[in-house]
Design a protein around this ligand. Structure first.
Ligand code: GSH
Length: 203
C-alpha cells in the first residue's frame, strides 16, 4: 500500500494516524503542494482532482478523499462500528467535518502557514472562515460535553477526522480556550495507543 501525501497536510495526517493506530506498514510518497506536485500530468492520471491524500493499493486501485480512505481502512476494525445507526453517526460527523469544519479551519491554517500573502480581501475571508470555524467548534464542544467521543461511545474514525485539523487550529489563529470539552477530547485522542503526531511521516 502506498500513500501519496504532503507531510504538512491534516487530511493526509488522518490517514497516517489510522495506519499507525492499526500498525500497518505503507510506502510514503511525499508531494509538495506548494510546488504544485499534485498537479503534474502523472499525478492527475492517478487523481484527476489533483489532491492528496491518495491511497494506492497493492493491486493498483486508487482511493482519494481522506474520509473515504479512513472508512476503507477502518472497515472490520474497532474504529468503525458495525451497528447501522452507530455507523451512520460516524459518517454524520465525518460529513460535518468536510462541510462545516475543514473548509473553515484548515483553509486559514494553510494561508497562515504557507506564506500566502494576506491581502485585505484574504484577511476578510479569513475572518469569515474563523466565524464558521468557531461555530463548528461550538457544535463540537456542546456534543463532547455529553460524551467522551463523537459517536458510538467509542474512539472511531469520526474522532480521527475531526482531530486532524482541530489540534492544529491555533496555527490558523484559533483560540480553543473557550472550548473545554474539545480540549479535553484532544487529550483523549492523543492518549490512544499507537498515536503518532502530525509530524510523524511514513513507517
Ligand atoms: N476533501 C479532500 C481534500 C483534499 C485536499 O484539499 N488536499 C489538499 C492538501 S490538504 C491538496 O492536495 N491541495 C493541493 C492542490 O489543491 O493542488 C480530502 O479530504 O482528502
Amino acid at each position: 500500500m502506498r500513500l501519496y501525501d504532503d507531510p504538512c497536510s491534516g487530511n493526509g495526517y488522518k490517514v497516517r494516524l489510522i495506519l499507525a493506530l492499526l500498525g500497518r506498514a505503507y510506502d510514503y510518497v511525499p508531494l509538495d503542494i506548494d510546488k504544485a506536485e499534485t498537479r503534474t500530468p502523472g499525478f492527475l492520471a492517478k487523481n484527476p482532482n489533483g489532491r492528496i491524500p491518495l491511497l494506492e493499493l497493492d493491486d493498483g486501485r486508487l482511493l482519494p478523499e481522506s474520509n473515504a480512505i479512513l472508512h476503507y481502512l477502518a472497515d472490520g476494525t474497532p474504529f468503525l462500528p458495525v451497528d447501522p445507526f452507530a455507523h451512520a453517526q460516524v459518517l454524520q460527523w465525518m460529513f460535518f467535518e468536510q462541510y462545516s469544519h475543514e473548509p473553515n479551519i484548515a483553509t486559514v491554517r494553510f494561508w497562515l502557514t504557507h506564506g500566502v500573502e494576506m491581502t485585505p480581501w484574504l484577511l476578510e475571508a479569513a475572518e469569515r472562515k474563523r466565524a464558521g470555524g468557531y461555530a463548528a467548534l461550538g457544535v463540537m464542544d456542546a456534543h463532547l460535553s455529553q460524551g467522551r467521543f463523537f459517536a458510538a461511545d467509542a474512539f472511531t474514525i469520526a474522532d480521527i477526522a475531526l482531530y486532524a485539523y482541530t489540534h492544529v487550529a491555533h496555527e490558523g489563529g484559533y483560540d480553543l480556550s473557550g472550548y473545554p470539552a474539545v480540549t479535553a477530547w484532544l487529550d483523549r485522542v492523543s492518549a490512544q495507543p499507537g498515536y503518532v503526531p502530525i509530524t510523524a511521516v511514513g513507517r
